[in-house]
Design a binder for this molecule. Structure first.
Ligand code: PLP
Length: 217
């Protein structure tokens, strides 16, 4: 089933769009099945879950953190992840920078945008993204390389609005030509919204249910 699902999804993706397999709650054997069927990037929400499956998977894939990161988890996160998609404050970026300096690793990060301006959501409001990026652009172990945003749960057309906001911001920040940063990746869209996210300019989509089936918990 995982293999068939992936085949269908890969058929939908233009060449320039990368698939992140969102693996929260999935067992190592399911993740390995997805990797056998071609998955190159694993997206984890929690550092602890990544630590559990990392030993049986390792560096054959790229690891993206797609859930909110607490500062007390940064030390462990930087050991596993190749990209942290959810940076939304100077303090978090500084902690990542410090921990990456210790292990001499430059971390790719995306800035998470709260494009729907929902109080309960993580991410930074769009108007604060430019200033945040300028503030962290001189951190030596941080490589800002794009933006990430979430849609609106269960609402495809509201999600499209969020994606439009984030795309516009992406282009604006690109136009600012801030030194040491690049606007290369735009991560938006999940199982129910990835097609419209691609229409709105996404080049990373994060899909869980569409690959692995409905989550049991
Ligand atoms: C779970 C999750 C996804 C994937 O959601 P599905 O609806 O299962 O495809 C994408 N991004 C984030 C941040 C997630 O937590």
């Amino acid at each position: 089933m995982i293999k068939d699902n992936l085949e269908r999804i890969y058929n939908d993706l233009p060449n320039n769009v990368s698939l992140v397999a969102a693996v929260k709650t999935r067992a190592a054997n399911e993740i390995l099945e997805a990797i056998d069927a071609g998955v190159k990037i694993i997206g984890e929400n929690y550092v602890q879950e990544a630590e559990k499956v990392y030993p049986s998977i390792g560096m054959r894939v790229e690891w993206h953190l797609i859930g909110h990161l607490q500062r007390n988890k940064v030390k462990n996160a930087v050991k596993i992840f190749d990209m942290i998609e959810t940076v939304d404050s100077v303090r978090l970026a500084e902690e990542i920078n410090k921990r990456c300096e210790y292990i001499n690793k430059k971390m790719k990060v995306l800035i998470e945008i709260n494009s729907g301006r929902e109080d309960q959501k993580s991410g930074i409001f769009p108007e604060n993204a430019g200033p945040l990026i300028k503030d962290i652009s001189n951190l030596k172990y941080i490589d800002v390389c794009g933006l990430m945003t979430m849609g609106v749960w269960g609402d495809v057309e509201e999600s499209r609005k969020n994606f439009k906001v984030c795309r516009k911001l992406f282009d604006e920040i690109k136009g600012m030509k801030i030194e040491n940063i690049r606007m290369e990746y735009l991560s938006m869209g999940m199982s129910d919204t990835y097609k419209i996210a691609i229409e709105e300019g996404a080049n990373i989509v994060r899909i869980g249910t569409g690959i692995f089936g409905v989550r049991k918990y």
